[in-house]
Design a protein around this ligand. Structure first.
Ligand SMILES: *Cc1c(COP(=O)(O)O)cnc(C)c1O
Length: 403
């Protein structure tokens, strides 16, 4: 079936909660994807960093198929032989004490909110019903009700209330604001090390270090949402390593399965997860053997195939190449590892969407973030010749841009 026909069906039968580029993909391998017409594109979004390991990685695929032939789901009413191994491997890899498996990223965030509140009441001694969690403006932590309740994006919130109370919003990247906002009822500070959906917003150097000090001093849990920044994207396994700190609780998801399956996890260095008793939290699919086998393989290839170091090296190269674009439409180019953004001036004809559509014509798939920012986040297996090819296309698009 051809592109127009498939798009027509999608528009007729689907909810329009996304505005995708008009490209219908049917195949992927490594950094490349193909549409139903047979055109090839370089994927510079990586499903919002869920396919860090590249599309259809053969070893993850093999793990999925092998496990699917044996056992897929037991529920947590019974034990399975994959979950303990994922627990051990992930805790050893991330230097965590415990982990709790879920499916989507939003579920991991919901889980950590429950756990942080419970810790506040049972460990810190906050009065019943008063626990408060500090979050940042322009955050993105997912789409469930309690999470959008503390979003500052009107489009994400409008007409979905009433919302869950118990959250305080402060500016991102401002450690003094955190210190000032903490009250005796504050149980946690939830933050992205780099704000992805906001447009790759990198906080000032030393921010996470100060956050760590403040949280320790005030007995507040430091929670890092590394669902997008984690697992190699920024050139480190976890972005917290850039500042040599360890969060009390860390959320990962997305690339935890290399894009094969929704798998997320809460990692804990503190005795927080230990407070959960049977029946207080769970998920039918969370920790299922298929998810665990896939996640184990996804972590293994990430490490064994040096994807994290490659992300650091190729990210630096890509950033340096992009910075050589001298075009009046470009306001700023920023990045860390393979999490890169090009921000346009707010009078650029067509905006970021226009550039993304022009790049699509040249065989590169990117997605605009808000109106003026283009994100470049290819799978971590990208090579120098791939980037050189991409740069040729990107340079042409800017050369053809009027103004
Ligand atoms: C994508 C994302 C989430 C939500 O993950 P889902 O799997 O889409 O629910 C949460 N936090 C961050 C930082 C993300 O990038």
């Amino acid at each position: 079936m051809k592109t127009t026909e498939l798009i027509k069906k999608e528009n007729q039968f689907g909810a329009k909660n996304y505005k995708p580029l008009d490209v219908v993909l049917s195949k992927g391998s490594g950094i490349w994807v193909w549409d139903v017409e047979g055109n090839r594109y370089m994927d510079c979004l990586s499903a919002y960093s869920a396919v860090n390991q590249g599309h259809c990685h053969p070893k993850i695929y093999q793990a999925l198929v092998d496990q699917a032939q044996k056992l897929t789901l037991t529920s947590r009413a019974f034990r399975n032989d994959q979950l303990p191994l994922l627990y051990e491997e992930l805790c050893q890899l991330t230097d965590s004490h415990k982990m709790l498996p879920m499916n989507s990223g939003a579920e991991a965030v919901e889980t950590v909110i429950k756990c942080a509140r419970k810790w506040g009441y049972e460990s810190k001694g906050v009065a019943r019903g008063r626990a408060d969690i500090i979050v940042c403006s322009d955050n993105f932590h997912g789409r469930t009700l309690s999470i959008i309740g503390f979003s500052t994006d009107d489009n994400a919130r409008q007409n979905f209330g009433p919302f869950t109370p118990g959250f305080t919003v402060i500016p991102f990247g401002d450690a003094d604001a955190l210190e000032a906002a903490i009250t005796p009822n504050t149980v946690a500070f939830l933050v992205e090390p780099v704000q992805g959906e906001a447009g790759v917003i990198i906080p000032p150097k030393g921010y996470l270090k100060r956050v760590r000090e403040i949280c320790t001093q005030k007995n507040v849990l430091m929670i890092l949402d590394e669902i997008q920044t984690g697992l190699g994207r920024t050139g480190k396994l976890l972005a917290e390593e850039h500042e040599g700190v360890q969060a009390d609780l860390t959320l990962i998801g997305k690339a935890l399965s290399g894009g094969f399956y929704p798998v997320s996890a809460v990692l804990s260095n503190e005795a927080v997860l230990g407070l959960l008793q049977p029946g207080q939290h769970g998920s039918t699919f969370g920790g299922n053997p298929l998810a665990c086998a896939v996640a184990r393989a996804a972590l293994k290839v990430l490490v064994e195939e040096n994807m994290i170091d490659n992300a650091a090296a190729m990210g630096a190269y890509f950033l340096e190449q992009l910075r050589q674009i001298q075009h009046p439409a470009v306001k700023e180019i920023r990045g860390i590892g393979l999490m890169i953004a090009v921000e346009l001036h707010e009078n650029t004809p067509g905006g970021a969407r226009g550039i993304c559509e022009a790049l699509q014509e040249k065989g590169i798939l990117c997605k605009e973030t808000h109106t003026w920012t283009i994100r470049f986040a290819p799978p971590l297996v990208i090579t120098k010749p791939d980037i050189d090819w991409a740069m040729e296309q990107i340079r042409e698009v800017f050369a053809e841009l009027e103004g």
